[in-house]
Ligand binder design. Structure first.
Ligand SMILES: [Zn+2]
Ligand SMILES: [Zn+2]
Length: 242
């Protein structure tokens, strides 16, 4: 149920469509109907580890997951990381469109609610950004996503942004090979074991984009080192990792 505060907020700060960035008519939802069909939702068959689309039912895992060991259990992603998704994700980060995550979080909760329930997770843990970057942007996009997912699930899974810490600014990942990425990242993430309770045996790592999976792998390893038993993933976009 929407309260007066939400209605007023929307009136004074109109929502923008996560695809075309146009201001949406008052109280019309959080995406244009026409833009919804431009999003490329992942379709089965998908990789049983990372959730990336695979070519046929015979392929259990994507190329990347069948070649490299992943420490997380498995995960799901909402969208294929195409041009439309790339622009939308970039505007969240670089133009402060935090509200887009309301749409993506709601869509993930609606589509994967049953699968999320089966994970029996005690927390949604956003992939952290470095403090400096968070200060520049005003928020962490993964945390905004985790909050939107949590709000839309029919059962409680709290967001815990205080467990995983990003130590230092790492080199820009996109210019590195997969092996270099993992090395670059392995020291960057740390988890605070003293904040992990018994109810957090299983957790869900949340992020905006999954490409090679090296960030997810580094975060998972940090969480396992700190005493978590199982790590699952939820991502908005999933792209082609080599
Ligand atoms: Zn639109
Ligand atoms: Zn995979």
């Amino acid at each position: 149920m929407e309260g007066a505060a939400e209605v007023l907020t929307e009136f004074f700060y109109p929502r923008r469509c996560p695809v075309c960035d146009r201001v949406l008519p008052f109280r019309s939802g959080n995406i244009c109907p026409g833009c919804f069909s431009k999003l490329s939702f992942t379709r089965s068959p998908v990789c049983r580890k990372c959730g990336k689309e695979v070519l046929g039912e015979a392929e259990e895992y994507c190329r990347d997951c069948s070649r490299r060991r992943k420490s997380f259990e498995y995960g799901f992603a909402l969208l294929n990381y195409d041009e439309t998704a790339r622009h939308s994700m970039a505007r969240i980060k670089y133009q402060g469109r935090r509200e887009y995550m309301d749409f993506y979080g709601e869509a993930i909760a609606a589509r994967y609610g049953k699968q999320i329930a089966r994970m029996e997770a005690g927390a949604l843990i956003p992939v952290p950004v470095h403090r400096k970057r968070k200060r520049e942007r005003g928020f962490n996009q993964a945390e905004a996503l985790a909050e939107a997912i949590s709000e839309n699930l029919p059962f409680p899974v709290p967001v815990r942004a205080d467990i995983l810490i990003r130590n230092k600014s790492t080199l820009p990942q996109k210019d590195l090979t997969a092996a270099e990425r993992l090395k670059n990242l392995s020291r960057a993430f740390e988890a605070d074991g003293s904040r992990i309770s018994l109810r957090m045996k299983n957790v869900i790592l949340v992020d905006d984009i999954y490409t090679t999976g090296s960030t997810a792998e580094a975060c998972t390893r940090a969480l396992l080192r700190a005493g978590v038993e199982k790590v699952y993933l939820l991502n908005v976009c999933i792209g082609h990792g080599r």
